[in-house]
Design a protein around this ligand. Structure first.
Ligand SMILES: *Cc1c(COP(=O)(O)O)cnc(C)c1O
Length: 357
């Protein structure tokens, strides 16, 4: 098989060894002579997978006592509503930072439950920076933000300082760097950006913060119903959870979040320094707010687009076309993308300069 340098923005690249193990479990799981896809989620073998996956999340992120880890369905897009239902009393107020499409969608869902104070936004410059210097209303129940803006290529380098509880959509940078879970009442993340395949969403929630809204929460949206049943209130998405577990095992074996943070810093430094050095390319976002996960850039001469597209495709690079709302290019450097793949892209950019500079 030819090696493809997979820069897909999501679903993301996964390590080859994870994909191989995952494929084996489809045919014969744990030497049961049964597929993982055809056994009970209540069986000892699957309950072990669920418990392993939950404890790997706790271990890798240093989740403190008093927090629960859940693997649910519906993607981060349902997470927008689940966050609001569980933390915002009907008609109450919440503070949201709007840094792009996903924050904007989160705001729309919260508005179904209560009032949203959009305390900061970077919409004025097509979300190319992270706003700072905002005030948080005293009567807001929580502050919500998106840690990494997958589409636009910006990332919060620090957790915003807040007197009120903080909720974060970490879909596209969870497990990419160290975080302090105690700073948050709720973290949620769709698996398919940096944790595993599509189909499950991880929730890390401070248990004592739940049950305070007075809302009549539908059972499937109520984090407490899922906690009571150890994340098996109903049939969980067994396969995405299994593959996420394998991927978290891969991360742990290689040195955990400390290790991957260093690798991710190296990858980002390598690509951004070429974007800044090479006169044929230009970064899209404010330098101080650049995402380590999704690097967005454009050609300084658009007439070279077709040629550049041919060059990177010929080098077996996949998935660097920018999102339609931004244009240009987006190189997503999730955990499983090796440094060598970034070097291949940088070499293509250097060669391109030699031909056209
Ligand atoms: C992709 C993405 C989402 C939407 O995730 P789904 O799982 O498709 O609902 C939400 N937030 C961020 C930051 C994302 O990158």
């Amino acid at each position: 098989m030819t090696k493809v340098h997979n820069y897909s923005a999501g679903p993301c690249i996964l390590p080859q060894e994870v994909l191989k193990k995952a494929s084996e479990a489809v045919v014969n799981f744990n030497d049961l002579n049964l597929s993982l896809l055809e056994i009970s989620h209540r069986s000892k073998d699957f309950v072990e997978v669920m418990e392993n996956a939950r404890s790997l999340v706790k271990e890798l992120l240093g989740v403190p006592e008093g927090y629960q880890v859940l693997f649910l369905q519906g993607g981060a897009s349902l997470g927008f509503l689940i966050a609001a239902y569980n933390f915002l009393p009907t008609g109450g107020k919440a503070a949201y930072i709007n840094t792009g499409t996903w924050s904007d969608n989160a705001i729309k869902e919260a508005q179904r439950i209560g009032e949203v104070a959009e305390i900061a936004s970077s919409k004025d410059k097509n979300y190319s920076y992270i706003p700072s210097g905002f005030g948080i209303p005293n009567d807001a129940k929580f502050l919500h933000y998106t840690s990494n803006n997958t589409i636009f290529g910006t990332q919060f380098k620090k957790t915003p300082i807040s007197r009120i509880p903080v909720i974060c959509d970490m879909s596209s940078d969870i497990f990419s760097k160290k975080i302090n879970v105690a700073d948050f009442d709720l973290i949620y993340a769709g698996a398919q950006k940096n944790m595993g395949p599509a189909g499950t969403t991880v929730y890390i929630v401070k248990e004592s913060a739940l049950g305070k809204t007075g809302n009549n929460i539908p059972a499937m949206l109520d984090l407490q119903s899922h906690i009571k049943k150890d994340s098996m209130f109903n049939t969980p998405p067994v396969y995405p959870i299994y593959v996420s577990m394998l991927n978290l095992q891969w991360l742990k074996k290689n040195g955990g979040v400390d290790w991957i943070e260093k690798v991710n810093n190296q990858k980002a430094a390598l690509l951004y320094s070429e974007i800044d050095r090479n006169p044929l390319f230009k970064g899209i976002t404010a330098k101080s707010d650049r995402s380590n996960m999704n690097a967005t850039f454009i050609l300084t001469d658009e007439s070279l687009t077709e040629e550049f597209n041919k060059d990177w495709a010929a080098a077996n690079i996949n998935g660097i076309k920018g999102h339609r709302s931004v244009g240009g290019y987006r190189a997503s450097m999730y955990n499983a993308l090796p440094l060598e793949s970034v070097q291949v892209l940088v070499d293509v950019m250097k060669e391109f300069e030699k031909k056209n500079g």
